[in-house]
Design a protein around this ligand. Structure first.
Ligand SMILES: Cc1ncc(COP(=O)(O)O)c(C=O)c1O
Length: 431
């Protein structure tokens, strides 16, 4: 058979030119190239392949479901496997009584969460408007609505494409929150959320939508202690729902089942999970609604459920997710947490080297911020040393830049040593 010669320019998937990086097989966190070399996946693909690749547990689940039947929408056959996934997922993240919508990607998860929040706010509070407030350092997806709402202007550069929407409050991170000289962000930054709600009138606001720990927009910024709790209080006082976008951070990426669990008292009304749930084996997102608000979704006066779709809850997707949960629950969690802390300590020591401005993050998610101009040379250096990393877009003006260190959660101590040695060598080689 003739070798397939791809016409790269026709695949409309990335602004940057497509990587010249052919992978012929993969095992765990390692990608094997056609030339026989292997490369370590230091960012879990796009923070997605959280349990590594070629998992026997995931394959077994998919095979079992495939042999039973491969398609039957929840409106067609009894959705056994979707119900099993719902129960298992809710228990895994410590929200056992939540109701769940299953959809096909993070963006759609956010869209469904917005739809649910608007329905609930109207039934519960007789709200007149359905505004969704976001921060100026946020990414919530690639649809016209989520791009319009979020603060990632690299992905939606033209104000005229915002449909009159846009971020409503500053994120609690110094590069974007223009405090006076020397003032750092703290829990009082949540007062900006109160101001944003009050200036529109709470009756027009359905929900505040935020990433509890920032992902790739700013590079793993962690909110000040007490911030998320205060946001929750402000919203409750005003009858506004809180939605946590944990598309990237959910399912142990930051060391805990949900990133918000690093702090007490900030459980959201709605939470969206995606990347770590399918772990790259299947496109998927789950929207979890707390038992306090879920009954309102089925209230007689509620609008139709915004979660129906042909592929909304595909049995093979559900099977793959159960396999991912099998992997996640089989981890030795004490050892896993200790590995995350050791990774963080090794990365933080990079700030002793010239060119590394800051390292921030938690668990298995870190942003390594670099001096301007170093990102692409550094990525070339790390690749030569056998590690792939994903870049982050950056915050502030001029925009910062750096790389996201987010290896698969199932990486071993030796894997992580390989990563940190390669990264240290690459930074040193630039100086
Ligand atoms: C925080 C966050 N929300 C939403 C999304 C959108 O998810 P998807 O790319 O699966 O549509 C992403 C993707 O990177 C994300 O990081």
């Amino acid at each position: 058979m003739d070798r397939y010669l791809p016409q790269r320019g026709r695949l409309l998937t990335s602004t940057r030119s497509l990587p010249d990086f052919e992978v012929v097989s993969a095992s765990g966190p390692w990608l094997h190239r056609a030339d026989g070399t292997r490369i370590f996946d230091g960012s879990s693909g796009m923070l997605t392949a959280n349990v590594g690749q070629s998992s026997a547990r995931v394959l077994a689940r998919i095979e079992q479901q495939f042999q039973a039947y491969s398609f039957g929408g929840a409106a067609v056959v009894q959705p056994h496997i979707q119900l099993e996934l719902m129960d298992r997922l809710c228990r895994a993240v410590g929200r056992p009584q939540d109701s769940v919508a299953l959809v096909t990607c993070g963006t759609l998860g956010v869209e469904v969460a917005i739809g649910l929040a608007r329905n609930i706010a109207r039934v519960r509070g007789g709200k007149r408007g359905g505004d969704i407030l976001t921060s100026d350092l946020s990414y919530h997806g690639m649809s016209a609505l989520t791009l319009a709402l979020a603060g990632n202007h690299a992905r939606r550069p033209r104000p005229e494409d915002a449909m009159g929407l846009g971020p409503a409050f500053p994120a609690p991170y110094p590069p974007t929150h223009g405090h006076g000289d020397g003032q750092v962000c703290d829990a009082s930054c949540a007062d900006e959320v109160a101001k944003a709600i009050d200036s529109r009138g709470a009756e027009h606001v359905a929900a505040v939508l935020l990433e509890p720990v920032n992902g790739t927009t700013g590079g793993a910024f962690v909110p000040p202690d007490g911030y998320l709790r205060r946001v929750g209080e402000i919203c409750r006082e005003r009858d506004v729902l809180v939605i946590h976008d944990e598309v990237l951070t959910g399912l142990w990426r930051t060391g805990t089942p949900l990133a918000s669990r690093h702090w007490d008292g900030c459980e959201p009304d709605i939470v969206i999970l995606s990347k770590g749930l399918g772990a790259g084996y299947t496109p998927v997102a789950a929207v979890l609604a707390s038992p306090k608000i879920a009954p309102l979704i089925r209230h007689a006066d509620a609008d139709p459920l915004p979660a129906m779709g042909t592929m909304a809850a595909h049995p093979l997707m559900a099977a793959a997710c159960l396999g991912v949960l099998d992997e996640l629950e089989a981890m030795d969690h004490d050892a896993f947490r200790a590995r995350g802390e050791r990774l963080g300590a090794s990365l933080r020591s990079l700030t002793d080297l010239p060119g590394v401005r800051e390292v921030r993050g938690l668990g298995h998610l870190y942003g390594v911020e670099l001096a301007p101009g170093l990102l692409w040379p550094l990525l070339r250096q790390t690749e030569q040393r056998g590690v792939f990393f994903y870049p982050f877009t950056g915050a502030g003006e001029p925009r910062s830049e750096g790389l996201v260190v987010a290896p698969p959660l199932t990486s071993t101590d030796e894997d992580l040593d390989f990563l940190t040695t390669a990264l240290t060598g690459a930074v040193t080689a630039l100086n």
